[in-house]
Design a protein around this ligand. Structure first.
Ligand code: DC
Length: 238
């Protein structure tokens, strides 16, 4: 798409509940527009992996926050383009952890990590730096509310918990990762609860976000919806 003459580069914030297909559509949208795509959920997952590996989780699930703060201080989280898949993979201290961050173990421990204020502060600062030059599609939970409250385009995506659990279950099956549908549904519901009830940046739509319920939409329909919105928001004369 030619956005050089009549379209200005903008920030596209895609927020919403887990497993709404945000990442897939955000990636497609970014590729179509020639924008950079950032999956901020992957960053919270990488910190969770760091905490697991560094022994910051006690047996009862509680988190040694001073230890995690030290680990995070010394850690480097970055994205690098994988030329085979054309996907930006996430790296933790120079190691590609794209697969390790998608396990059920990480999924079931990420919400308490994402609720820790110093973790959010560090990752939000990194995300804001990534959006300095605009022309970015960022997906997450607080992009339109906290990371880029002035984003030109904000979309809040959602779908029923059952539809979302089925999608994540199918994804895990396709990757050969073990899980039952019931387990995945429980995890989706638990994460919804924790993500929307935490004190720092709880999951909620920004006042000026457009709500997109994709329970019964195809990806092509979603793309048409997002491209229409993009044209309105990025139009120079708007
Ligand atoms: O999108 P995801 O399922 O990969 O996100 C993993 C977790 O990270 C999810 O429980 C919510 C949290 N998260 C967040 O708190 N803020 C973000 N901007 C992105 C994700």
């Amino acid at each position: 798409m030619n956005h050089s003459s009549s379209f200005k580069p903008i920030i596209i914030a895609l927020d919403g509940t887990s497993s709404t297909g945000k990442s897939s559509i955000a990636r497609r949208l970014a590729a179509r527009l020639g924008y950079t795509y950032i999956d901020t959920g992957a960053m919270y997952r990488a910190v969770t992996l760091l905490a697991i590996r560094g022994g910051a989780f006690a047996a009862d699930g509680s988190i040694d926050e001073p230890l995690l703060a030290r680990l995070l201080d010394e850690a480097e989280i970055s994205f690098h383009l994988n030329t085979e898949t054309d996907h930006s993979d996430i790296y933790l201290n120079q190691e590609n952890v794209e697969r390790e961050i998608r396990t059920m173990e990480v999924s079931s421990r990420v919400s308490p990590i994402a609720a820790i204020p110093f973790v959010r502060k560090a990752l939000v600062a990194q995300q804001q730096a990534m959006g300095r030059h605009k022309a970015i599609v960022m997906d997450g939970r607080d992009i339109g509310t906290t990371v880029f409250p002035d984003a030109e385009m904000k979309v809040f995506m959602t779908a029923s918990p059952e539809v979302r659990a089925q999608r994540r279950y199918d994804e895990l099956q396709a990757k050969g990762m073990p899980a039952t549908y019931e387990e995945v549904l429980r995890n989706v519901q638990e994460r919804d609860y924790i993500d929307s009830h935490r004190a720092t940046s709880p999951l909620r739509p920004a006042d000026d976000a457009v709500i997109l319920d994709n329970s019964h939409m195809t990806m092509d329909e979603e793309m048409d919806f997002l491209l229409d919105l993009y044209r309105q928001r990025a139009c120079q004369d708007a």
